[in-house]
Each structure stands twice: as structure tokens, then as C-alpha cells.
Design a protein around this ligand. Structure first.
Ligand SMILES: *[C@@H]1O[C@H](CO)[C@@H](O)[C@H](O)[C@H]1NC(C)=O
Ligand SMILES: *[C@@H]1O[C@H](CO)[C@@H](O)[C@H](O)[C@H]1NC(C)=O
Ligand SMILES: *[C@@H]1O[C@H](CO)[C@@H](O)[C@H](O)[C@H]1NC(C)=O
Length: 146
């Protein structure tokens, strides 16, 4: 009986260790080949591409600002909670990447906290890119078991 218990514990330990061994964080380009751009529905993209896992990296790729008036530009902000995300209220938002940091290989955000990430673009007149309902999404990382 004592042996059975130990054996079971050992099997569980091996099974647990092997799931950890297979843990591999992924790098995911937000929007896929579209990148981070106006008019693309990121809520839909997140829905189609979730779940995201702890330690995965979300990469935001976008063009630098144009010198047109108004400039076409993008950025990446983290809104503090669900309500500010719904309302596109940037008063307590934290800028993660400015308008030039998404160029080239893009700007990577490692999902290394156990929390919902309320992402949004901070650009456009009156935060249009967020207010339009398209350049915003929520990522809540899961623990990766396999
Ligand atoms: C947001 O903007 C895009 C691109 O101009 C447009 O196709 C879409 O209809 C707009 N959506 C809303 C909800 O305003
Ligand atoms: C964005 O941030 C980078 C790195 O800190 C900086 O070099 C660049 O000047 C900033 N660009 C703008 C438009 O603020
Ligand atoms: C984005 O797509 C979702 C799911 O298809 C839809 O419910 C939502 O209304 C769309 N948002 C916008 C702003 O078009």
C-alpha cells in the first residue's frame, strides 16, 4: 500500500515534469500578416487566435507615422481596467510603444503577468483607432499545461 502510494506519486511527478518540459512560449504577431493597422478587427483576431499563454510574446508591427495631415500613426497602450478599455479612456493608460517603436521587427510584449491585458492603439483624433472599436483587444494569458 505504501509502495502503491509512492509509485503513484512518482508517476504524477514524472507526468508533471514532462508537461513542464514541453512548455514553450510562442511569439505571435498581432493581426498576422496585416500587423497592427486601422480598420482591422482585433477583437475578432484575438478571439480566433486565443488562448494566449503565460510568457507568450505578442508582437505589434506597424508603419512609422506618415507626414500627411493628420499623420497616420499607431502606438500600443495598456488601459488600466475593463471600463477604461470599453470607453477608450486613456487618462490612466500606460504607453508601451510609441508611434515609431512598431517598425521593423515590431514591438514585443511578453505576457508575464497573471492579468488581463487591455490593449489599444492611442492614435487618431479623439482616439479614433480605439473608439472605432477595431484597434483594441484583451489578452488574458493562461497557464500552459501541454
Ligand atoms: C472603423 O473603421 C473602418 C475603417 O475605416 C471601417 O471599415 C469600419 O466600418 C469602422 N467601424 C466602426 C464600428 O466604426
Ligand atoms: C519612441 O521611443 C524611442 C525609444 O525610446 C525613441 O528613440 C523615439 O524618439 C520615440 N519616438 C517618438 C515619436 O516619440
Ligand atoms: C469585430 O468582430 C466581432 C466578431 O465578429 C464583432 O462582434 C464586432 O462587432 C466587430 N467589431 C467591430 C468594431 O467591427
Amino acid at each position: 500500500m505504501g509502495f502503491g502510494y509512492t509509485a503513484k506519486a512518482f508517476i504524477l511527478l514524472v507526468a508533471f515534469a514532462s508537461t513542464l518540459a514541453h512548455t514553450k512560449a510562442k511569439t505571435i504577431v498581432v493581426g498576422g500578416s496585416a500587423g497592427w493597422t486601422y480598420g482591422f478587427n482585433y477583437t475578432k483576431w484575438a478571439h480566433d487566435n486565443c488562448p494566449f499563454y503565460f510568457k507568450d510574446t505578442l508582437v505589434f508591427k506597424y508603419d512609422p507615422p506618415t507626414n500627411t495631415t493628420p499623420p497616420h500613426a499607431h502606438s500600443v497602450y495598456l488601459l488600466p481596467n475593463l471600463w477604461s478599455w470599453i470607453k477608450c479612456d486613456f487618462r490612466r493608460a500606460k504607453m508601451l510603444a510609441n508611434t515609431t517603436q512598431g517598425t521593423g521587427d515590431g514591438f514585443g510584449v511578453v505576457l508575464n503577468k497573471w492579468m488581463p491585458y487591455y490593449f489599444a492603439c492611442g492614435e487618431g483624433p479623439n482616439h479614433l483607432h480605439c473608439n472605432n472599436g477595431t484597434m483594441k483587444f484583451i489578452a488574458w494569458p493562461f497557464w500552459r499545461w501541454n
